[in-house]
Design a binder for this molecule. Structure first.
Ligand code: ATP
Ligand code: MG
Length: 330
């Protein structure tokens, strides 16, 4: 596998000027500016390989968007190095963006008064996409994302989700090698989210497009990403496979049992009853102390079981555990 992005010791310090509230302070601050420094990235390093879908996750203010902006070339870092597709993003912008697609969930990226289709045609001209290629790509995306009708209405009249889908189309029309998505599924309903994810997977498979995606939606991460990078307070606390972090933090399993007939209170060592009502028992099992098989056997011999579901704790729980751990490191 080849790395298409290498980030080395990337730092970003934001400088903002502060002043106390009130008009007189506003005037004073014009002459005597006080600055505040925020170290948003404290020297992060990572590599991304071609064709990966990488989830970039972490709490609010962790530095995710700052990293995405540095990778997009919108932001000059304070120090450090980024080589993405062979370019330094903030230096070689023109050549770089020809290979790049960016979707910023929180930002308007389409012309407000024009129908989305006009923005798409603009992309065609900007990137010099051949008419036939443009048409077939556009058809493919528009169909998959259900945008046939809506792309002819002005962007300002679109729903949040429709706008987001159009942003994705606009970012992908020139078939970039790398796509950076900063909270792309904000405002999408469950069905739209599903389509969005299937679509990303399909594009990834068809064109080997590399995706980096930031999101607070852990289901999205589980559905899309084999690899994740967790960032906290400007530092990377985990970089590796999602399944490995699950393994490390997943000594517990959840068992959800549905009963045919009413059951007694469940009790077994190393098992915690999370919830129990007449026809359902939810148990958390410490698998370092007891085998799931043993718990199932106990359930089957003591209850009239209709259904059993065994699951891992959600990734949110794992991340909370990491953040709660002493130094915030995995
Ligand atoms: N332009 C800016 N000027 C000053 N400080 C900034 C600026 N942009 C971001 N910051 C600060 O840098 C830190 C990292 O911000 P960033 O937007 O990268 O976080 P994030 O991980 O994307 O968070 P969220 O999940 O809320 O989107 C935050 O403390 C934020 O307040
Ligand atoms: Mg952000």
């Amino acid at each position: 596998m080849t790395s298409i992005i290498t980030v080395k010791n990337l730092k970003k310090v934001y400088k903002t000027h502060t002043r106390k509230e009130g008009l007189s302070n506003a005037i004073k601050s014009l002459f005597n500016r006080k600055y505040e420094y925020k170290q948003a990235l404290k020297g992060i390093s990572f590599e991304i390989e071609e064709g990966e879908i990488v989830g970039f996750i972490g709490p609010n203010g962790a530095g995710k968007s700052t990293t995405i902006k540095a990778l997009s070339g919108f932001l000059y870092p304070t120090s450090g190095e980024v080589v993405s597709l062979g370019f330094t993003p903030w230096k070689d912008r023109v050549d770089y963006v020809a290979n790049l697609g960016v979707v910023l969930g929180q930002k308007a990226q389409l012309w407000w008064d024009l129908p989305a289709i006009d923005t798409f045609y603009l992309s065609k001209d900007v990137y010099g996409i051949k008419e036939s290629t443009f048409k077939s790509r556009l058809n493919f995306m528009v169909k998959l994302l259900d945008l046939e009708k809506v792309m002819h209405t002005p962007v300002r009249d679109m729903s949040l989700g429709e706008r987001m889908k159009c942003k994705l189309v606009a970012a992908l029309l020139h078939n970039p090698k790398l796509v950076l998505l900063d909270e792309p599924s904000i405002g999408l309903d469950v069905i739209a989210k599903d389509k969005f994810r299937d679509f990303i997977k399909l594009v990834n498979k068809k064109y080997k497009t590399t995706f980096i995606i930031t999101t607070h939606d852990m289901q999205e991460i589980e559905r899309l990403c084999k690899k994740i990078i967790i960032i906290n307070n400007g530092q990377i606390v985990y970089d590796g496979l999602l399944k490995d972090i699950k393994k490390k933090y997943l000594s517990n399993k959840f068992i959800d049992v549905k009963l045919e007939t009413k059951g007694e209170k469940f009790k077994l060592r190393y098992c915690k009853v999370v919830e129990q009502n007449e026809y359902e028992i939810k148990i958390e099992v410490n698998t370092t102390k007891i085998k799931v098989k043993e718990v199932i056997n106990s359930l089957l011999s003591n209850y009239d079981v209709a259904d059993i579901l065994i699951s891992d704790p959600p990734i949110e729980t794992i991340i909370q555990q990491i953040f709660r751990s002493k130094d915030g490191k995995v």
